[in-house]
Design a protein around this ligand. Structure first.
Ligand code: HSE
Length: 412
C-alpha cells in the first residue's frame, strides 16, 4: 500500500521521517504487510534530502495513481489544499490532514464527500498538535453529553504571555523572542490575533456539539493589547492572563463560542500551562472535567498525530471511521454580547475620586485592584458578572476616565 504527502514543510517532513523511523512498528499497528511513501508533492526541490527522489510538483500523479490509498495533506492554507483534498476523496483515497484552516472552513463538506466515497477524512493533528483530542472526544468521551470545552490552543501566544508573566518582557519583546525561536511567523497575525485558536475551537465545537461553526461567526480577540500593567493586576487578583478559546452549549440549543485573553485563577489547571504547551479542558456530564495537556505544535509531535491517523486509515481501509457533523443553521452561534461574565477593567483618569464614584454608581459589587508602582491616575477593578452588552453600555457612560483594558474573567 502506498502513501503520498502533499506539502513537505515542517510537518510533512516530520511525517516522512516518522513513517521511516518507526516503519516496522507502524506496519504492525496498521495490520498491513507493506506501507511505502510513494510521492511528496511540493513546488520546491530538496537536494540532499533522503526523500528528494520522491518529490514531484504535479498533483495529478497522486490523484491518478490507484496504488496510492492514503494521502497526507500538510500544505496548510485553503488553496490549493481544498481542491486537492476533494479530488483525492473523490478518487477513493483516504485523506489525513493537519490543516486546521481547511477543517474549520470546510470540515463538514469534506466529511460528507468522504462519506459519499466510502473513505475516511481524519484530522487529529489539526487541534493541539500531538495532543490526542479529536479521537478522545469522538470515541472515549462518546457517552458524555459535553457541555463545554475550553483551552489554550495556541502555543505561540502562550509562549509570549508566559514570557510577559514570568520574565516581565513586553508583548513586543516576547514576540521577537518567539520569532527568533521559530514559533511565530514573520507575519504573526494568525497567532497573536487569535485566528489560529479560533479555527481550532471551531473544530472542537463541531465535534462536541454536532454542528459546524464557521470562524467568521466567532468573536475573536488576540493578545496584542495586553500590557505588563494588566499582567500585574492579574497577579494582584490571584491569577494569570491566558488566551482562552471556549465553546459552550446553551440551553436553547445554540452555542456560545469565543476567543479572547482571560484572567484565570492560579489554582486552575490551565493557569500552569506555560510556554508553547497547549491544554484543553472538556466538561462532560459523566466524566466531569478532563484536561488534555501536551505539545500543541512542532514537527514531531504533530507528525505523531498525523501518522496515528494514517495507521487508523490503513487498519480500516474498507470501514468508515466515526466522525461526522451537520452544517450549522443561521443564528446557531449566539451573539457574544449576550455572554455574561465578570470583567477586569483598567482605566486612567485625571480625577480618580470622580471616576471611582461614577464606576461605583454604575456597577454593583465592584472589587478594586491595586498594584505596586502604579502610575498616578491608574485605576483597576473587577465587576460582578454582567452581559457584554450591558458592560459596553455602562463603560460608554464613563467620561471621567479612559478605558485602557477590558479582559474577561473565567471560572475554569
Ligand atoms: N502556530 C500554531 C501555534 C502552530 O503556535 O500553536 C500549531 O497549530
Amino acid at each position: 500500500m502506498y502513501v503520498a504527502i502533499m506539502g513537505y514543510g515542517v510537518v510533512g517532513s516530520g511525517v516522512a521521517s516518522l513513517l521511516n523511523k518507526n516503519h516496522e512498528h507502524i506496519l504492525k499497528k496498521s495490520m498491513q504487510s507493506e506501507m511505502e511513501l510513494k510521492y511528496i508533492l511540493d513546488r520546491r526541490t530538496f537536494p540532499g534530502d533522503p526523500y528528494e527522489n520522491l518529490v514531484i510538483s504535479d498533483f495529478s500523479k497522486i490523484v491518478e495513481d490507484d496504488e496510492v490509498k492514503i494521502v497526507v495533506e500538510t500544505m496548510g492554507g485553503l488553496n490549493p489544499a481544498y481542491d486537492y483534498v476533494v479530488a483525492c476523496l473523490k478518487a477513493g483515497k483516504h485523506v489525513v490532514t493537519s490543516n486546521k484552516e481547511l477543517v474549520a472552513a470546510k470540515g463538514c463538506e469534506l466529511l460528507q464527500i468522504a462519506d459519499e466515497n466510502n473513505v475516511n477524512f481524519l484530522f487529529e493533528a489539526s487541534v493541539g498538535g500531538g495532543i490526542p483530542i479529536i479521537r478522545p472526544i469522538s470515541q472515549c468521551l462518546a457517552a458524555n453529553d459535553i457541555d463545554e470545552i475550553a483551552g489554550i490552543l495556541n502555543g505561540t501566544t502562550n509562549f509570549i504571555l508566559t514570557k510577559m508573566i514570568t520574565d516581565g518582557m513586553t508583548f513586543e519583546e516576547a514576540l521577537l523572542l518567539a520569532q527568533k525561536n521559530g514559533y511565530a511567523e514573520r507575519d504573526p497575525s494568525a497567532d497573536v490575533d487569535g485566528h489560529d485558536a479560533c479555527r481550532k475551537i471551531c473544530i472542537l465545537a463541531a465535534l462536541c456539539f454536532g454542528k459546524h461553526v464557521y470562524p467568521d461567526y466567532v468573536h475573536t480577540e488576540g493578545i496584542r493589547k495586553i500590557s505588563l500593567s494588566d499582567v500585574e493586576y492579574a497577579r494582584a487578583w490571584g491569577g494569570v492572563i491566558k488566551l482562552i478559546a471556549k465553546a459552550k452549549k446553551l440551553e436553547d440549543g445554540r452555542v456560545s463560542v469565543l476567543v479572547s485573553p482571560a484572567f484565570i485563577q492560579n489554582h486552575s489547571q490551565l493557569a500552569s500551562v506555560d510556554d508553547v504547551f497547549n491544554a484543553i479542558l472538556v466538561r462532560g456530564d459523566a466524566i466531569g472535567d478532563v484536561v488534555f495537556y501536551g505539545r500543541g505544535a512542532g514537527k514531531m509531535p504533530t507528525a505523531s498525530a498525523v501518522v496515528a491517523d494514517v495507521i487508523d486509515c490503513a487498519r480500516n481501509m474498507n470501514r468508515k471511521r466515526f466522525i461526522a457533523w451537520q452544517d450549522c443553521t443561521d443564528g446557531y452561534v449566539a451573539d457574544y454580547l449576550e455572554n455574561v461574565t465578570a470583567f477586569y477593567i483598567r482605566a486612567t483618569t485625571e480625577n480618580a475620586a470622580a471616576a471611582v464614584a461614577k464606576i461605583n454608581g454604575l456597577f454593583s459589587g465592584v472589587t478594586t485592584l491595586a498594584r505596586q508602582d502604579a502610575p498616578e491616575g491608574e485605576i483597576a477593578f473587577v465587576t460582578a458578572p454582567i452581559s457584554e452588552k450591558e458592560l459596553n453600555e455602562k463603560l460608554a457612560l464613563i467620561d471621567e476616565a479612559n478605558i485602557e483594558s477590558v479582559i474577561r474573567i473565567t471560572n475554569y
